[in-house]
Design a binder for this molecule. Sequence first.
Ligand code: ZN
Length: 538
Amino acid sequence: MKFLRRFVTFWALFALTAIAVISLDSHRSLSTDPSQVQSAQINGSPQKLALLPDYSRDIDCFATANHYQIEAKLRLEQGNAVIQGLQNVRYTNHSPNPLQEVVFRLYPNIPSLQKTAQLQVTATRLAGKPLTSTLSSNNTVLTVQLPTPLPPSQSVELDLEFVTQIRQNQRGASFGRMGYIDDVITAGSWYPALSVYEAQRGWWVTSIPAPITDATGNVESDSDPTYTETSLFEVKLTVPRSLAVISNGVQVNRQTNTDGTVTYHSITGPMREQVWVASSRYEKTQAEVDGVKLNIWYYRDRANANSRSTRNALELTQKSLVAFNQQFGAYPYRELQVVQNPVSTGLEFPGLVLINSNAWNKTAIQRLVVHEVAHQWFYGLVGNNQVEHPWLDEGLATYAERVYQLFYADAKTAEKLNRYAQQSIKEFDQAIATGNLPDLRLNLPVADFKEFYGLFAYKRGSDFYIQLEQQLGQAAVYQALRQYVQQHRYEIATIRDPKAALEQASGKKLDEVYAKWIGSYQKDDKPATARVCQSAPS
Ligand SMILES: [Zn+2]
């Protein structure tokens, strides 16, 4: 997420290089040739199609991962979007404990979407037999009782019927994850999402904190609510013919039905969430970096006014991918969608980022694109509990903005950036010393940061790595982050993981610096997720 009221920006010092001229492609074609599906299926899982060839073997590590198959139909009813879905989900118990229940999080019911969205699960079945389930935590937790305990290493397949509603024109009331505004329907984590089981704490059922709102109740600032395991998704979404669907992963088929609807069939590689955006307004422009297809989706009705910004968005995305592929390791997926969108300032989903439609034509787009693309590594590939350890991904995504700037900076600009960064850290320290800012450690849940969430989880989180550059050398910090991504990709990281990578890369113990900046992390539990995929690319 990118929305900070008190953020100290470094971006003013960053000079954009000349914008390359890239032709705009006005076709709303399928992302992937459906004929490829068959050959991919012959060679194993169709999900391999969503990964670059060098990484297609990663799918083999997810043979027992969570697997969602969702069929859903979107209809527009009195102006609202109503999505009726049937979800078959396979859950495997990777913990050492037998499980009596399986827990889902219903993210459309979180406080920041209270006026915007609602998700109701209307039936839960196992092998055709109804199961008992209960709602808790303001309808964001659905606990499904299993008839017999699920032993370790065993899987269960559940069928859930659900209805998700997105109310139209709740402008300012939602914060990015869902919305139906300006004829654009945005649906992130719109289905019942499996929660995470931690061997020591059990199922994750923590309440999602309410956002900061203004006097009229509109959401001003919010944090990301999701904490999920890497899973495989296959979605068939049927929509009125007037709408086109953009989703993460790859679209493998689009079928026109006799009733005037169209069914979009999409699959993902190993990803944490499924997301789609539906509208008649989009066209796209494309480019390719290191084999990854970049699709920049912009409003066709603003195409002329947008053209320079759209080219800018494409160039920023290309340059981000080049820089981060080199500094953090390869983005393994075949596609990345960047979508002009009305409901968020900027928001990351695995394989798809939303960029605010108004920011599209402003200089803010520069930071937004770089930051949200950086989340593909920090949150997307290496996940974390965004409610309880938000600095883990936000600090790194903000630090990645600096990595990007330095990647393209000449020596003089780099020197300026470094001087400014050091000065900024000094001023922050002084503000804490004089009591103008609270003396907070970074390992806090979102709610405990209160109004200082952005300033600490983002800026201070980034400053942590900048001051480590001074202590350990920039090369050691970069090497540690590459190692962190390589060792924990598709996994859920905890506070200990970046520390271990930094200590290994630098050969220094960091207990003292962690005590000063990060604080306590001993209780941090390692979730029992699917087998980690660490094999080097072929
Ligand atoms: Zn962010």
